[in-house]
Design a protein around this ligand. Structure first.
Ligand SMILES: C[S@@+](CC[C@H](N)C(=O)[O-])C[C@H]1O[C@@H](n2cnc3c(N)ncnc32)[C@H](O)[C@@H]1O
Length: 474
């Protein structure tokens, strides 16, 4: 690099290191020396550097005033001085090179140590990396195990939920079964009660039959007993109910009576639950089938449902109908015209009906006394009591008719399961007072069971509208 004089002067002023000067004028070739070690060793307190710097400083100090001189001699002198210092600097440079060598050796050693350390750390690093990889692997394995356990648990949870659902359903089903079983047990108990009662009744019947056979040999007691057996049999036969149901559907289905469906449903319930059940119509059908009544008396006919069953079995029967035709009784109006019309349909001819209209508590005594313009039969084959449903009203009707049934004939009484209603009038006829212990129509009925031991009583104990039958033995 060649500098102009001004450039050289400026650089010297800035303190640049000038280590070589040539004698060619007017420009001076100089060699710029940069020591790479200096930069890296500035922090060392090496005396060689300060010595070199001092020498250089002296060169500059010496050369600087000479540069201001213009004579060749001065320049020459300056060059000589510079040379001298340059030699010293070169010597020092050699020392410095030696120092460099040491330094380089140190550097190499340190670098070597560093490399070794690096190697160690690298190995450690590799080891750590391996450990890390192993850890990662373990983590992945754990995660996978966790995921699979999670899946297993989730499946188990799902299975448990399904099981719970099934168990809940099973519990509900078993609860329904339990209820049904309880119902069945209840029905079976009722049936058992009934059978026990029936057994008791049959024993009583047998006892009475024996007494009857010995005491009144003129009466055909065995035929009555046989009839009682057949009555019981038919009452328990669902086919009997089916016949009654069919005839009800045939003659009364579209008769405008709101109670019609209730009766049909009751029949269906009895079939479904298989319980012994007989209402007033079924009883009338059975007794009419076996007795074939010629003289029939009915208190309470309304629209003719029970009367119809009698006439289906005994169309020739002479019927005495006692009704006061209460306005819309149980939501349906009864009338003689309607009853006559219906019975004509059933018999296909003119039925033998006598209507005794009015309150039975008055008309019955008058009728039996022959004060109704009709000569009453001495006795009846069959009598139905289904009029006044008050306790006293039923008591009076039963009181009046019980003595009017022939031996081998029967009495029918409706609604044993009914608590009764208020008595709607005062009777002018004298009868025995009704015991105050009577609380239901069944109680009324049982009063007559006690009063008439010559009758066999067959009562219904199931469902609603339970009917009672009493057959006269002697
Ligand atoms: C339950 S209904 C009769 C039902 C009928 N046995 C049947 O099976 O369709 C009662 C009837 O008795 C009549 N009745 C109520 N109290 C009476 C009384 N003291 N004297 C006469 N009839 C009465 C009513 O007018 C009604 O027609």
């Amino acid at each position: 690099m060649t500098l102009t004089h001004e450039q050289l002067q400026r650089r010297v002023q800035q303190g640049l290191h000038v280590v070589g000067v040539t004698n060619s004028a007017p420009t001076l070739p100089i060699l710029e020396v940069t020591n790479p070690l200096k930069a890296s060793m500035t922090n060392t307190s090496d005396a060689s550097f300060s010595t070199i710097d001092r020498l250089k400083g002296k060169v500059i100090e010496t050369i600087l005033p000479l540069l201001n001189l213009t004579s060749y001699n001065n320049l020459k002198r300056a060059r000589l001085i510079a040379n001298d210092y340059n030699i010293q600097a070169t010597l020092l440079g050699a020392k410095l090179a030696q120092h460099d060598q040491k330094y380089n050796a140190l550097y190499t050693t340190l670098t070597q140590q560093l490399r070794e350390k690096e190697e160690i750390y690298s190995q450690k690093d590799a080891h750590s990396t391996q450990q890390l990889a192993e850890l990662n692997h373990t983590i992945i394995e754990l995660q996978s195990a966790l995921a699979s356990q999670k899946e297993t648990l989730s499946q188990a949870l799902q299975a448990a939920a399904t099981e719970l659902q099934e168990a809940t359903t099973a519990l509900q089903v078993s609860d329904v079964h339990r209820q049904i079983t309880e119902e069945n047990v209840k029905h079976l108990k009722e049936r058992l009660d009934y059978l026990e009662w029936q057994n008791k009744t049959l024993l009583t019947m047998l006892r009475r039959y024996t007494t009857l056979a010995t005491q009144t040999p003129s009466v055909d007691a065995s035929s009555i007993l046989m009839m009682i057996e057949r009555v019981t049999e038919q009452l328990h036969d669902p086919a009997t109910r089916a016949n009654v149901r069919d005839s009800m559907l045939k003659y009364f289905q579209n008769d405008g009576d709101p109670n019609f469906s209730t009766v049909i449903e009751l029949f269906e319930q009895a079939d479904r639950e298989q319980v012994p059940f007989w209402d007033i119509r079924t009883s009338a059908r059975v007794l009419s089938n076996l007795i074939k009544p010629e003289r029939y008396l009915e208190i309470g006919t309304r629209r003719g449902w029970s009367l119809a069953q009698v006439l289906i079995e005994a169309p020739q029967a002479q019927c005495y109908i006692f009704d006061m035709w209460v306005d819309k009784y149980a939501d349906a109006q009864g009338s003689p015209t309607h009853v006559l019309e219906k019975m004509q349909q059933i018999t296909g001819a003119e039925p033998r009906l006598v209507f005794i209209n009015g309150n039975s508590h008055s008309t019955l005594p008058l009728f039996f006394q022959g004060k109704m313009g009709i000569t009453p039969p001495e006795s009846f084959d069959l009598i139905t009591v289904d009029g006044d449903h008050s306790l006293l009203g039923a008591w009076e009707d039963l009181y009046d008719i019980f003595p009017k049934v022939r031996v081998g004939g029967a009495i029918l009484f409706d609604d044993l399961d009914y608590a009764g209603e208020p008595y709607a009038g005062v009777s002018e006829y004298e009868r025995d007072p009704m015991p105050s212990s009577v609380k239901t129509l069944r109680d009324v009925w049982h009063q007559f069971q006690a009063r008439y031991p010559n009758f066999i009583f067959i009562d219904c104990f199931n469902l609603r509208f339970q009917a009672g039958i009493a057959i006269r033995m002697r």
